[in-house]
Ligand binder design. Structure first.
Ligand code: PMV
Length: 337
């Protein structure tokens, strides 16, 4: 009996969330909070030992099971990623399941195929959205969507309806980011929908979405120049643009304000409405303290973690790893609360 184990990272967004849904660019970094799954074929669908009918598993899992012929599988899952917090927890789940199901069928790890299957699962579960989270979780490291890039940095292209996203790799200078979790859970779908309705009914909102695209392109130039002052200023400005779109909240604003005195810049990250903010800083301990003092939970993160990894084994044998060490090595998390 073959067993497949997969692990996929979460991510945060440096710049570009929401606007990326409309084909604007984004810049994301994978982080070392991971979702892990162990899968094997079984007589019934099970999750962590509990029988679950195919219909009762999450919609992402249901989509992926059906894509792979609907054979019953037993899944053991565990996650470091707080859900509904803007860190792409459902994308990491989808990526890990897509990779593990492909491995169960005997396919070698193909990150492009995993990213595409996982994006379709997200689209099925959540409706309109971009492949930003799923591609970042599949690829690891630093991932740009719809940005000018060298030919060799193109990872893959994903299309849906009338949109196409070019997914490429970008290199980062050494940087330290601190995340602050408000502890408020907010589902992504309704926030994406809110921006869609606003953008469709109001040319001012459509202009803000375009401006987020411009800010994100400027952000890549600042990153390439190693100009953290400029990048931080763009992040803080982007937070204002996202606030105008109605996806911030008082708790996120409070954590951003608390972090700013010790940071190059700070903004909400992910879909907003709660969840996390992120600060770019070279004083991570002070930022973490300020976030804590304002009711948030800080995570000091470093960049450069591997994308999805997968291994298979026959029950009773050693694991065969696939996809190790492809895209950067895992670095330390200084502290995690
Ligand atoms: O909140 P998260 O981690 O699911 O991020 C959503 C990012 C959005 O740009 C708001 C939506 C998307 O699909 O790109």
């Amino acid at each position: 009996m073959i067993e497949a184990t997969a692990s996929a990272p979460s991510k945060f967004v440096i710049l570009g969330e929401h606007a990326v849904v409309y084909g604007e660019p984004s810049l994301t970094l994978a982080i070392d909070l991971r979702f892990r799954v162990r899968l094997r074929y079984s007589d019934a669908f099970r999750v962590n030992g509990q029988t679950a009918s195919n219909r009762n598993t999450s919609p992402h899992m249901r989509y992926l099971y059906d894509l792979h012929g609907g054979k019953p599988v037993s899944a053991y899952v565990e996650s470091d990623i707080p859900s509904g917090s803007g860190l792409g927890s459902s994308a990491a789940l989808s990526v890990a399941f897509a990779a593990a199901l492909q491995a169960l069928e005997g396919q070698p790890l193909d990150r492009a195929a995993v990213a595409k299957d996982a994006y379709e699962a997200e689209y099925y579960a959540q409706g309109r959205g971009s492949p930003m989270d799923t591609s970042t979780s599949a690829a690891g490291g630093g991932v740009a969507l719809n940005m000018p890039h060298r030919k060799e940095d193109l990872l893959w292209t994903i299309s849906k309806e009338d949109r196409t996203w070019e997914v490429s790799r970008f290199d980062t200078p050494p940087m330290t980011f601190v995340l602050g979790n408000t502890g408020i859970r907010a589902a992504t779908g309704p926030l994406v929908d809110k921006v869609r309705r606003y953008r469709e009914s109001n040319s001012f909102a459509a202009g803000i979405v375009d401006e987020i695209g411009d800010v994100t392109r400027d952000g890549l130039r600042a990153l390439r120049a190693g100009d953290l002052d400029e990048l931080g200023a763009l992040m803080t400005y982007d937070h204002k643009l996202l606030s105008i779109l109605g996806v911030s909240c008082p708790e996120l604003n409070s954590l951003v304000d608390a972090a700013l005195p010790y940071s190059y810049g700070a903004k909400l990250t992910g879909s907003g409405g709660g969840g996390c903010m992120v600060a770019l800083t070279d004083r991570p301990q002070q930022v973490a303290k300020a976030i804590l003092a304002h009711g948030g939970t800080p995570y000091i993160v470093h960049t450069g973690v591997p994308g999805v990894t997968v291994s298979t084994r026959e029950a009773g044998q050693k694991q065969r790893h696939r996809g190790r060490g492809h895209h950067g090595e895992k670095k330390n998390v200084d502290s995690r609360r």
